[in-house]
Ligand binder design. Structure first.
Ligand SMILES: [Zn+2]
Length: 428
C-alpha cells in the first residue's frame, strides 16, 4: 500500500544538523519515503490518503540497547545492591526460563516499545530465535545478537555463536539483522573479541558489547591488563564504525579520544546506569569530542521501562544537572540520539531515523492535542521534556501500519499477557 499523508506537521532535517517542523505532505511508496512536499511523479490513484490533522509525523525512535526477553523481570529485583540484583536475582531466574517464556516476554517488550513510539531496537539475548521471532511477529525492525561469552568462540563459546549462525540462516531479512554480541570484557577473552571481529568482517555484520559500565569493571581491567576497557578493546580491533558500545559510563579523556578516532558508536542508558548506581556517562564531553551517541533503555530489569520518550527526558535532565548547565544536552541533541544517530550507527545514515526522500518509512503519528504536548509552543522541546509515549497514536514500519489507533492488527494481546503471567507464576 502507498500512502499520501496530508495535513500533518512533519519533523524533518533542517539546517546545521538540527531538526525542524514543517507543514507538508508526505508520500510513502514501497516501504520508503518517496517525497516530502509536492511530488511531480505519478501520485494519482494508487496512493491512499491519510488525513493526519493535529498529528506530528516523525521518525520512529530507535532503542539501541535492550534485552527484550527480560521484560517479565519488571519490578522483580528493585532497590537491592548491584551484585545481589545480578547474581542473586536476575541470573538465577533467567537460567530457569523456557524459550516460550522468553518469547512471551519479548512480545510484551515489543508491544511496550511500539506503544511508546519505538520502531527499531538492538537486542542482546540468551534464547535462540526468540527475540527474532517476537520482532518478526510484531513487524518491528531489529538488530539482534546472542550474548557471547567465553575464552574461544569456536570452543567453549561455540554453542552460543552457533545460535547467531542459526538466526542468520533462519531470520535475517530486510527488517531483522543479526549482530555479533560479545557480552563484556569480564565475561569474554581478548581472543574471543578478536575472533568476533573476524567473523563480522566475514559475514558483513555489526557488533555490540557492554563496555565500561561500572567502577568494578574498570578496576578489574586495570588489575588484569594494566589498561582501560576501551584501550583493551581498541587492541582487539573491535572498535570501529560497525561497533556499538553500550553504557560507556566510566571513561577517561583518553578513552573518549579513542572512541572518537575509531568511529565506534556509543549507546547511553541513563536510567539504567543511574538506577543501578553506576553513575553518569560523560555525555557532554563525548558530545564535544564529536562521538556518535545513541540512546537505549537497557532492559526492564534495570530501567524499568522500554519507553524511549521517558529515556529522552531523563538523558537531558540528568546531564543538565551533571553539567550544572540548563543548556547542556538540549532537546535537539537528545532527539538526534534517539533517531538519526542510531541510523548512522546502523550503517543507514540518512536512510533510517529521518523523514527524507529515500529513507525507510519507519514513522510514528504523535497526537499534538494530547494534554502533555499542548499548547504546541515548541514541539521539539515537548517531545523531550513532556511527552510520555501515550501520545503515539499509530506506528508504521517499512511502510506498513503495525499499530493503528493504539491497537495491534492481527495480534492477540490478551494471549501475550496470559503467557507472560504464566511464565511469571512458573519461574519467578
Ligand atoms: Zn545490557
Amino acid at each position: 500500500m502507498n500512502y499520501k499523508i496530508i495535513n500533518a506537521k512533519l519533523l524533518v532535517p533542517g539546517d546545521n544538523g538540527l531538526s525542524e517542523i514543517v507543514s507538508k505532505d508526505l508520500y510513502i511508496k514501497d516501504g520508503q519515503i518517496l517525497a516530502v512536499g509536492s511530488s511531480d511523479r505519478d501520485l494519482n490513484d494508487d496512493f491512499q490518503i491519510i488525513d493526519a490533522k493535529n498529528m506530528l509525523v516523525m521518525p520512529g525512535l530507535i532503542n539501541m540497547h535492550t534485552h527484550v526477553y527480560m521484560t517479565l523481570f519488571r519490578g522483580y529485583a528493585d532497590d537491592i545492591d548491584f551484585d545481589n540484583w545480578l547474581f542473586g536475582r536476575i541470573m538465577p531466574a533467567e537460567e530457569k526460563l523456557s524459550p516460550e517464556a522468553a518469547y512471551a516476554s519479548s512480545m510484551l517488550g515489543c508491544m511496550e516499545m511500539l506503544k511508546s513510539g519505538t520502531t527499531c531496537f538492538m537486542d542482546m539475548h540468551l534464547f535462540r530465535g526468540q527475540s527474532c521471532r517476537a520482532a518478526k511477529d510484531m513487524g518491528m525492525r531489529a538488530y539482534i545478537g546472542r550474548g557471547l561469552v567465553g575464552e574461544d568462540l569456536y570452543k567453549d563459546g561455540y554453542f552460543r555463536f552457533e545460535d547467531s549462525l542459526c538466526e542468520m540462516e533462519q531470520y535475517q531479512s530486510d527488517l531483522i539483522k543479526i549482530v555479533l554480541s560479545p557480552h563484556a570484557i569480564y565475561t569474554c577473552s581478548v581472543k574471543l573479541y578478536e575472533q568476533v571481529v573476524k567473523e563480522c568482517q566475514k559475514h558483513g555484520l555489526l557488533m555490540q558489547t557492554h563496555l565500561s559500565e561500572s567502577v568494578n569493571e574498570i578496576e578489574n581491567c586495570y588489575k588484569k591488563y594494566g589498561i582501560s576497557p576501551v584501550e583493551l578493546l581498541e587492541r582487539t580491533g573491535f572498535l570501529n564504525e560497525k561497533s556499538t558500545l553500550a553504557h560507556c559510563v566510566q571513561l577517561s579523556e583518553k578513552d573518549i579520544e579513542i572512541i572518537k578516532n575509531t568511529g565506534a558508536n556509543v549507546v547511553t542508558n541513563p536510567a539504567s546506569n543511574s538506577k543501578l548506581g553506576n553513575g553518569f556517562a560523560p555525555i557532554n564531553s563525548m558530545r564535544e569530542a564529536g562521538v556518535n551517541i545513541c540512546l537505549g533503555t537497557d532492559s526492564t530489569a534495570s530501567n524499568n521501562t522500554l519507553n524511549m520518550f521517558r529515556e529522552m527526558g531523563i538523558l537531558s535532565t540528568i546531564h543538565k544537572g551533571v553539567a550544572r548547565s540548563s543548556v547542556a544536552a538540549p532537546a535537539q541533541f537528545v532527539l538526534k540520539c534517539a533517531t538519526s544517530a542510531a541510523g548512522r550507527a546502523l550503517g543507514l545514515e540518512n536512510k533510517l531515523g529521518v523523514i527524507a526522500p529515500g529513507a525507510k518509512a519507519d514513522i510514528i503519528f504523535v497526537n499534538l492535542r494530547s494534554e502533555s504536548l499542548f499548547p504546541n509552543n515548541d514541539i521539539i522541546a515537548s517531545l523531550c521534556y513532556s511527552a510520555n509515549g501515550s501520545e503515539v497514536e499509530s506506528v508504521m514500519i517499512d511502510g506498513k501500519f503495525v499499530m493503528k489507533d493504539r491497537t495491534f492488527p492481527g495480534i492477540d494481546t490478551e494471549k501475550i499477557y496470559a503467557d507472560v503471567q504464566k511464565a511469571v507464576d512458573m519461574y519467578l
